[in-house]
Design a protein around this ligand. Structure first.
Ligand SMILES: Cc1ncc(COP(=O)(O)O)c(C=O)c1O
Length: 285
């Protein structure tokens, strides 16, 4: 999908948005077909493009960040759109891959973003929140028939690819501890409380003419500071960052897009400081 980000390997850079991040690797990257981002009011262009590509009959899979495109600018779309994208893939027998690396584990208000669209992906990628963000671990889940297609008793057909730290025991222990918290503590209630707090903080920015596209999905908020040069390389980015650092707040704007993606242990007071810093930094630039 246009503006998507899936990582920094050759495969994920190939599938993600091309730009200043991927330029150095361009000769190594392979071509993929893309659909436009489903911007509000323009969703049908995305559906039509996906339908056309799926109908050609040679699409292996559709890879998408459900509900929120992270590094591409915290771009948000609705569960209804996600459900329709999935419906088109199912209709044409195209695998649906949900990259929930950023959206998984409560970020969007539900444990997984796909739940809001009642979508069960064929392949799902989880990471960051799997260990509560504490240790590096990722998992890729797939339907049984996909697993079986990669499974063989013939050892020459083993699925060989992994790395030194695959299933690292300490990282797995952290993930199990996190799962235990999800099962035994009121995590969903905390996430809903954080979602409500985040919504309260956005109100003042919605009426502020310096900001555009003030938005929220679950625990994530984002807004664009109006700029002559919008985008990741906007000169507002470094100025904002300087302002945040001086306010002792760790926020990393994506160019002129400011987003707040707090850890779930964030307090009401912490968030007050964060949004004060945003207002102050915006006043300075
Ligand atoms: C949606 C999404 N997919 C993939 C990645 C890359 O994950 P990793 O750094 O584990 O390769 C990220 C990292 O920010 C991400 O936000």
């Amino acid at each position: 999908m246009e503006h998507s980000y899936h990582g920094d390997t050759i495969g994920t850079m190939s599938a993600g948005a091309r730009g200043v991040f991927t330029e150095a690797y361009d000769p190594l990257l392979f071509a993929v077909e893309r659909v436009p981002f489903p911007a509000a009011g323009k969703e049908s262009a995305t559906f039509d493009a996906l339908e056309t590509l799926c109908r050609q009959g040679d699409a292996a899979a559709f890879l998408v960040e459900p509900l929120v495109l992270g590094a591409g600018g915290m771009l948000m779309y609705s569960p209804q759109v996600l459900a329709e994208l999935h419906r088109i893939c199912v209709k044409h027998g195209v695998l649906f891959i949900a990259d929930e690396v950023m959206t998984g584990w409560g970020r969007t208000g539900t444990m997984f973003a796909c739940e809001q669209a009642q979508v069960a992906p064929d392949i799902a990628c989880y990471s960051k929140g799997l260990t509560g963000g504490a240790l590096p671990l990722a998992v890729t889940l797939c339907r049984r028939e996909i697993f079986q297609a990669h499974y063989a008793t013939d050892r020459r057909r083993t699925f060989f690819h992994s790395s030194s730290f695959t299933a690292n025991p300490i990282a797995c222990a952290a993930a199990l501890a996190n799962l235990n918290i999800w099962e035994t503590e009121p995590v969903r209630e905390r996430i809903l409380a954080l979602t409500a707090l985040q919504a309260d903080h956005l109100i003042r920015f919605r009426d502020d003419a310096r900001f555009d596209n003030v938005r929220q999905t679950g625990t994530i908020t984002a807004m664009d500071l109006k700029a002559d040069d919008p985008g990741y390389l906007s000169k507002l980015g470094p100025s904002l960052q300087k302002g945040f650092r001086e306010a002792r707040v760790l926020l990393r704007p994506l160019g002129n897009t400011i987003y707040v993606l707090p850890p779930y242990c964030v307090t009401r007071d912490d968030l007050d400081v964060v949004y004060e810093a945003i207002a102050a930094a915006a006043a300075l630039v």
